[in-house]
Write a protein that binds this ligand. Structure first.
Ligand SMILES: Nc1nc2c(c(=O)[nH]1)N[C@H]1C(S)=C(S)[C@@H](COP(=O)(O)OP(=O)(O)OC[C@H]3O[C@@H](n4cnc5c(=O)[nH]c(N)nc54)[C@H](O)[C@@H]3O)O[C@H]1N2
Ligand SMILES: Nc1nc2c(c(=O)[nH]1)N[C@H]1C(S)=C(S)[C@@H](COP(=O)(O)OP(=O)(O)OC[C@H]3O[C@@H](n4cnc5c(=O)[nH]c(N)nc54)[C@H](O)[C@@H]3O)O[C@H]1N2
Ligand code: SF4
Ligand SMILES: [Mo]
Length: 685
């Protein structure tokens, strides 16, 4: 060993690439080429050196016996009859099919892909970049997870800004609408609890009495989908009591008067009837919203999983705006930090922007992809995604797979989706390839080093694309213009261009080898942007009307009242990220994975008892589970934590994409917008 070489264990900087608020920077310890331990990175100011349980389980995730080691090919889809093949053979099969389809249809439109959030690193856009390089093809657009909130917030003020979340610690009040950070964003809890220790009031508004709600000063149980009504009730109270500055309102808000007229019509008794929230609570929170400063309001992703959520989120934003809590130091509105879009994203932008691509809404992917006949989609590559576990409209998915001639999946494990592919390509963990990461919540930028060699024959998503492009271009010169000669580091250097360096106070990318960097404070000044606008806030929106919504940020949802119609909530699980980690024994002590929770009165109405096996069904299908009575739940609500033993997404899927207006179409997948019925297992209705 050379004099200056690092002694064992060697320590590397890695980043957890899961679709999770934190994007934790981690230190990995490597002995004899093997990952032996991971730790949080104390230099990451948001996570302060801690990981969640899933993060600490990465040593098991990397070396799990169930990890895919080699490329595999299945003789008949779904048969489980897999055969190990070499990478050369895999590339041959894929390239030959692509070229054959290109010849058959004289275009690449029959080639499509579907990719989402398995790994959120910049270099995981390689597949997208390769397809772009082919010219017009079938491309997924949209985002199942967070588009509704983004769309909604843009109507009221077209400035997207998520303050650094560490600053919540300085707030005097924190209000969570549909977020459960004790489960989904554990690092944020420490800033909330520190604020609370200093005297801040912590309010949680959620239909479920969650782990987070248990730590709140005020918990408001709301009927799902009624947040818009609740805010209208609060604004009514504020208006009656003249707790806000009407002069400011008319100066700053386009349509402020029309909005107030509408609010005047609202009756508090109606709000209580619709939301299930007592008048006393509405008055109390209205009082606090107008007598406390600074306030942080957080709109969680849980709040946007309904087709009507746009109006709820616009209404909450209106409440925050009229109480002058929108753009304020140490408070403001939290939803999503759109930082990755400020990078060059050069990997995904190969060739010219392809206006001729056939764009398929990712939330209605199977339905829309099947509508094409000239040419039909005949090749599908599913990457960083497990739709047969996580998407809606699964029967449409099975029909699409039936039509497609070759299905390729890239994953680390044999998922429900991989089982229905022809070819499964094994990919690497973050420890096995370089990458670069920003969070969609905090403001940190982190570099991910290569710490160990790839597991067996696994290749990173980038290496897979590089290998395939070489084979394709060997067969047909210039079929792809993806620059296959570039290594991971070349792409990282492209991302950290001069503008990005200024944003993060970097002089060279190598500085990221020492620590993560935080966005510079001058980029937090949104005041000037606001001042430039004559009336910064728009409550009466022409754009909303064009998109098929009411002009004003008001809520018009109806309440469902049928004894055996339960609204189905399937929130995220503590020890999973969606379908990931479910196979790890270290994390598999979730005894509630196959349980559905309902309230005692609802159970009694249907003559169901604690521990009983039931069938849960709707027009999409049926699944089975065990009942646990939970007296904290509202009536007619079923809760099943997702990623567990119940394949609950089989029941998810209501209106088709073709039946939606523009706003609904551009939103997230409406995962919590469904009703189910229950009955004892085996018993006929
Ligand atoms: N019922 C219900 N369904 C939901 C939700 C809900 O609340 N309820 N939530 C929704 C939300 S918010 C989201 S974001 C989606 C998530 O939906 P998906 O993005 O499909 O979620 P994951 O289960 O994380 O699946 C990603 C797959 O990528 C694989 N993977 C991990 N790393 C890599 C990599 O480096 N390369 C490749 N090629 N693959 C990799 C994983 O092993 C996994 O199989 O699920 C949605 N589904
Ligand atoms: N442990 C873990 N952490 C994760 C994930 C994971 O799978 N596991 N997934 C990550 C991803 S991709 C995402 S998108 C985030 C999501 O994390 P969050 O933003 O916390 O969102 P959800 O867990 O979907 O839902 C949060 C809460 O919204 C409530 N809710 C549902 N409907 C309504 C409503 O109409 N009104 C109100 N007020 N509340 C409602 C639900 O009851 C739930 O408690 O978590 C991320 N973090
Ligand atoms: S899952 Fe989230 S909290 Fe856990 S280690 Fe990864 S980024 Fe951090
Ligand atoms: Mo998500």
């Amino acid at each position: 060993m050379g004099k200056f070489e690092q002694k064992e264990p060697k320590v590397y900087r890695n980043v957890c690439p899961r679709n999770c608020y934190s994007t934790c920077s981690m230190l990995s310890f490597v002995e004899n080429g093997k990952l032996v331990k991971v730790m949080g990175d104390r230099k990451h100011g948001y996570t302060e050196g801690k990981l969640c349980a899933k993060g600490y389980a990465y040593t098991q995730y990397v070396y799990s016996q169930e990890r895919l080691k080699y490329p595999l090919m299945q003789t008949k889809r779904g048969s489980g009859n897999w055969k190990r093949i070499s990478w050369d053979e895999a590339f041959e099969v894929i390239a030959n099919k692509m070229l054959e389809l290109n010849k058959r249809y004289d275009s690449n439109l029959s080639l499509g892909y579907n990719s989402f959030s398995g790994n959120t690193g910049f270099l995981h856009q390689a597949l997208q970049g390769m397809f772009e390089s082919f010219g017009p093809h079938t491309q997924p657009i949209g985002n199942p997870c967070l588009s509704t909130g983004r769309e909604a917030l843009k109507y009221n003020v077209p400035i997207e800004y998520n303050p650094p979340p560490e600053r919540m610690v300085h707030s005097n009040m924190i209000v969570l609408w549909g977020a459960n950070p004790a489960r989904t964003n554990i690092h944020q809890m420490k800033f909330i609890l520190r604020a609370r220790d200093k005297g801040a009031t912590f309010v949680v508004i959620d239909p479920i009495f969650t782990e987070t709600a248990k730590l709140a000063d005020i918990y408001v149980q709301i009927r799902p989908g009624m947040d818009g009504y609740l805010t209208m009730g609060m604004i009514k109270v504020i208006l009656q009591n003249k707790w806000f500055n009407t002069e400011n309102l008319n100066q700053l808000i386009e349509g402020g008067e029309a909005f107030l007229e509408e609010i005047n019509q609202v009756s508090l008794a109606d709000v209580t009837r619709m939301t299930g929230v007592p008048e006393e609570a509405i008055r109390e929170i209205a009082y606090l919203y107008s007598h406390t400063s600074p306030i942080s309001t957080w709109i969680g992703f849980g709040l946007q999983r309904k087709l009507t959520s746009v109006q709820d989120i616009r209404a909450i934003d209106a409440l925050v705006t009229v109480t002058e809590n929108r753009f304020i130091p140490n408070g403001g509105l939290y939803y999503f930090h759109p930082e990755s879009e400020r990078f060059p994203l050069s990997m995904s932008k190969q060739g010219k922007p392809n206006q001729l691509n056939r764009k398929v809404n990712i939330n209605y992917f199977a339905e829309e992809a099947m509508q094409f006949s000239d040419p039909p989609v005949m090749f599908l590559w599913i990457n960083s995604r497990n739709p047969l576990s996580q998407d809606q409209h699964l029967s449409e998915w099975y029909r699409l797979l039936d039509q497609v001639e070759l299905v390729v999946t890239t994953d680390l494990y044999m998922t429900q989706t991989a089982e229905m592919a022809d070819l499964v390509l094994p990919t690497t963990t973050q420890f096995e390839a370089m990458d670069l990461h920003v969070s969609y919540w905090n403001h940190w930028l982190s570099l991910n080093q290569k710490a160990i060699e790839p597991y067996y024959e696994a290749k990173s998503d980038l290496e897979i694309v590089r290998g395939l492009v070489k084979v394709l271009n060997g067969k047909v010169a210039d079929f792809s213009s993806f620059p296959a000669e570039l290594e991971a580091i070349d792409w990282i250097k492209q991302e950290i261009n001069d503008e990005v360096k200024v944003r993060y106070g970097l002089t060279s990318w190598e500085q990221l080898l020492k620590r993560p960097f935080h966005l510079q404070s001058q980029f937090h000044k949104i005041g000037q942007e606001l001042e430039k606008r004559e009336k910064p806030f728009i409550f009466k929106s022409k754009k909303a009307v064009q998109d098929g919504l009411p002009a004003l940020p008001i809520c018009q949802t109806e309440v469902q009242t049928n004894k055996n119609k339960f609204i189905l909530l399937t929130p995220q699980s503590l020890l999973r990220i969606h379908s990931q980690f479910e196979n790890l024994s270290w994390l598999n002590n979730d005894s509630k994975a196959g349980i559905l929770f309902i309230n005692e009165t609802s159970a009694k109405n249907l003559d169901l008892k604690n521990g009983e096996q039931v069938m849960i069904y709707n027009e999409n299908g049926e699944v089975y589970g065990e009942i646990e009575l939970d007296k904290t739940l509202p009536e007619n609500t079923v809760v099943i934590n997702q990623g567990g033993d119940i394949p609950i997404n089989l029941l998810i899927g209501g209106r088709k994409g073709s039946e939606l207006n523009q706003a609904e179409k551009r939103g997230s997948t409406p995962f919590y917008d469904f009703y189910v019925s229950l009955r004892k297992r085996g018993k006929r209705q």
